[in-house]
Write a protein that binds this ligand. Sequence first.
Ligand code: NAI
Ligand code: MG
Length: 365
Amino acid sequence: SVGSLLILPGDGIGPEVMAEVRRIIDWYGEKRGLTFDVSEDLVGGSAYDKHGVPLADETMAKAQEVDAVLLGAVGGPKYDDLDFSVKPERGLLRLRKEMDLFANLRPAQCFDALADFSSLKKDVIAGLDIMIVRELTSGIYFGEPRGIFTENNERVGVNTQRYTESEIDRVARSAFELAMKRGKKLCSMEKANVMESGILWREVVTEVAKDYPEVELSHMYADAGGMQLARWPKQFDVIVTDNLFGDLLSDVAAMLTGSLGMLPSASLGLPMANGRPKALYEPVHGSAPDIAGQGKANPIACILSFAMALRYSFDEGAEADRLEAAIETVLAQGKRTADLLGEEGVTPVSTTEMGDAILDALEAS
Ligand code: NAI
Ligand code: MG
């Protein structure tokens, strides 16, 4: 076995897109002799339904042991009124926090066959290949104090942006390491003009840069960065930013390449005893309740997440290339799930038909 993989399909379209990944994993076992020690478990609303919590302790323990966790998506309207402490998203946040997955890698790649689909000019995105590194375990989504308080006879909603020096240091190092393996160009984004956490961020990143003299470092205010991402994204190679800005900027990057249904992600932590980093792979999209159960979901983001697992957790870069090439082939054939189509024209393929086509292309590779 190449290693261990825990699969957490989750809610909504999560299980639908993960079913296609399972078929691809089976194909790798049968045709390429690449077998994974696969286990499957519940997360999010589906875990709440069974255990009363969005992530059982046994599942958490298992996640700590495996080489990689692959997650579909969590959440849905059925769970919207649950107490905050047991909301489906808490299952995902617990995984990220307890595995200490501080570096969230979000690539924005443009498949040539989709360059026309973007609302941007073709030359702006054709051949685009950038990586956003988002800090994932700290910042305003976690900072205390937080809550809705009553003050002067009215309610006040409070969240706190908070970063320690070491939190900034380790995510900056991940980004510099990544930049060394790519175009040796790193852009750090914050709001040092209006936020103290931004001032510290800029100072610490500049300090870490001394250990990476080969990497060309630049700084940008995050709002200007959003504008530049839409204007000329190819000016970037690796971008490093905090949790909140990274959440927003990576959604912008998602639309550069066409659809949330195309965007994978990886979240990495510190190396384990076997040298592999703690790792969670998941599509950027959510559980898409508006299309769940209809066979319309695009499985490619989840399949590309598995490709990232092949590359970053299992050292199977060539097989990851093979899988990405199969996806490019299928897109070049004109196969499109509904999210990749405009108003008129081609009939969309279903989730399963997209999976079939990718398996055919793998078979032919
Ligand atoms: P969403 O990503 O689920 O959906 C946004 C839009 O994109 C919808 O119109 C959806 O149909 C479409 N879409 C998303 N993935 C797609 C795919 N693979 N193929 C085709 N179309 C796709 O975000 P939304 O609607 O804001 O949230 C829905 C639920 O998902 C909520 O409960 C939310 O909390 C949860 N969520 C979970 C995330 C996760 O598990 N990591 C991330 C974001 C949201
Ligand atoms: Mg988001």
